[in-house]
Design a protein around this ligand. Structure first.
Ligand SMILES: *[C@@H]1O[C@H](CO)[C@@H](O)[C@H](O)[C@H]1NC(C)=O
Ligand SMILES: *[C@@H]1O[C@H](CO)[C@@H](O)[C@H](O)[C@H]1NC(C)=O
Ligand SMILES: *[C@@H]1O[C@H](CO)[C@@H](O)[C@H](O)[C@H]1NC(C)=O
Ligand SMILES: *[C@@H]1O[C@H](CO)[C@@H](O)[C@H](O)[C@H]1NC(C)=O
Ligand SMILES: *[C@@H]1O[C@H](CO)[C@@H](O)[C@H](O)[C@H]1NC(C)=O
Ligand SMILES: *[C@@H]1O[C@H](CO)[C@@H](O)[C@H](O)[C@H]1NC(C)=O
Ligand SMILES: *[C@@H]1O[C@H](CO)[C@@H](O)[C@H](O)[C@H]1NC(C)=O
Ligand SMILES: *[C@@H]1O[C@H](CO)[C@@H](O)[C@H](O)[C@H]1NC(C)=O
Length: 237
C-alpha cells in the first residue's frame, strides 16, 4: 500500500515536471512585471565538449521593473544559480541576465542577455567567463505588453557555443500582475514557429482542389465513355 502511494507520488511528480518559475516584483506597487514559466536548460562548451547545465538553487537578484537599457525603459531579470544540483558550497553562483525593453507604448521585446560562469571545485564546471549575447533570439521574444509570449522552444545563444533553451516558455514582461503567477485567463502571442502560417494553408487547399478536379475529370470521362458506348450501340448491361 505504502509503495503504491510512493509510485503514485512519483508519477504525479513526473507529470508536474521540472518547471522553472521566475518572477520580478515591482517593489512599489507589489505587482509582478516579469513572470517566466519554462523548462529551461543550458549547454556550455568546456574543453571542446558540450556540457549541459540546469538552473539549480536559483534565486532572482538585482532585478527590477524600472531599469533602463540604451535609453529604453527596461525590465530586468538577474538569475543566480548553480549549474547542477549540489550540496552546500562556498562556490559563487552563476548568473544570467535577461533584459526586456519597451519598444513602444504597447510592445516589448527581449533586448539583451548574458551569462557569467564560475569555476566550481569538484564539478566539471571549470569555466570562469562572461558570455555576452550572440546573434538575436532565433524567435526574438516580441509581444504586446497586454499579452504574454508563448513558445514551444526558444533558444538564446551566447558566445562560444553556449546556449540556453527555454522549452514550453510562457512569459510576461512589463506586466502589472497581482501576485506572482501567470493568471489563468492570460492571453498569449505565439512565437512565429508556433503560429500556423498562411503558406501551410495553401497546401491542403491545392491538394483539395486537385483531388476535386480529379473526381470531376473521372466523372466526365465516365460519362463520355458511357455516352460513346451508347451511341455506338453497345448494349449496356
Ligand atoms: C540546493 O537546494 C537543495 C534543496 O533545495 C539543498 O539541499 C542544497 O543544500 C542547496 N545547495 C546549495 C549549494 O545551496
Ligand atoms: C495601445 O493599446 C491601447 C489599448 O488597447 C490603445 O488604446 C492604444 O491606441 C494603443 N497604442 C498604440 C500606439 O497602438
Ligand atoms: C565529469 O564528466 C565526466 C565525463 O563526462 C563524468 O564521468 C564525471 O562523472 C563528471 N564529474 C562530475 C563531478 O560531475
Ligand atoms: C566578468 O565581469 C565582471 C564584471 O562585469 C568582472 O569583474 C570579471 O572579472 C569578469 N570575469 C571574467 C572572467 O572576465
Ligand atoms: C550582463 O547584463 C547586465 C544587465 O545589463 C549587466 O548589469 C552586467 O554587467 C552584464 N554582465 C556582463 C559580464 O557583461
Ligand atoms: C571563447 O573561446 C576562446 C577560445 O577558447 C577564448 O579565448 C575566449 O576567452 C572564450 N570567450 C569567453 C567569453 O569565454
Ligand atoms: C507547457 O506549459 C503549460 C503552462 O505553463 C502547461 O500547462 C503544459 O502542460 C506544458 N506542456 C508541456 C508539454 O510541458
Ligand atoms: C490582489 O490579490 C489579492 C489576493 O487574491 C486580493 O486580496 C487583492 O485585492 C488584489 N489586489 C488588487 C489590486 O486587485
Amino acid at each position: 500500500m505504502k509503495s503504491m502511494l510512493i509510485v503514485l507520488l512519483l508519477a504525479l511528480g513526473v507529470v508536474e515536471c521540472v518547471q522553472d518559475h521566475w518572477f520580478v516584483k515591482n517593489q512599489v506597487t507589489d505587482e509582478s512585471c516579469i513572470i517566466i514559466d519554462s523548462d529551461a536548460t543550458g549547454s556550455i562548451k568546456i574543453n571542446g565538449k558540450d556540457v549541459p547545465f540546469v538552473f539549480a538553487n536559483e534565486t532572482t537578484a538585482g532585478s527590477g521593473c524600472h531599469e533602463s537599457y540604451q535609453a529604453h525603459l527596461a525590465n530586468k531579470l538577474v538569475l543566480d544559480f548553480y549549474p547542477q544540483e549540489m550540496d552546500e558550497t562556498e562556490a559563487a553562483k552563476w548568473s544570467m541576465s535577461l533584459i526586456f525593453v519597451k519598444t513602444d507604448e504597447n510592445n516589448s521585446r527581449l533586448a539583451n542577455w548574458n551569462l557569467t560562469t564560475h569555476n566550481i571545485d569538484g564539478t566539471n564546471f571549470t569555466v570562469e567567463s562572461n558570455f555576452t549575447r550572440e546573434g538575436d533570439a532565433s524567435d526574438a521574444v516580441k509581444s504586446s505588453i497586454l499579452e504574454g509570449y508563448r513558445c514551444s522552444s526558444l533558444e538564446l545563444h551566447f558566445q562560444n557555443d553556449t546556449t540556453v533553451t527555454f522549452n514550453n516558455i510562457s512569459a510576461v514582461a512589463f506586466g502589472t500582475i497581482n501576485g506572482t503567477v501567470l493568471p489563468a485567463d492570460m492571453k498569449y502571442q505565439l512565437c512565429p514557429k508556433d503560429t500556423p502560417s498562411k503558406t501551410s494553408a495553401v497546401v491542403p487547399i491545392v491538394v483539395g482542389c486537385f483531388l476535386g478536379g480529379l473526381v470531376c475529370a473521372v466523372l466526365i470521362a465516365y460519362m463520355i465513355g458511357r455516352y460513346r458506348a451508347r451511341s455506338q450501340g453497345y448494349a449496356s448491361v
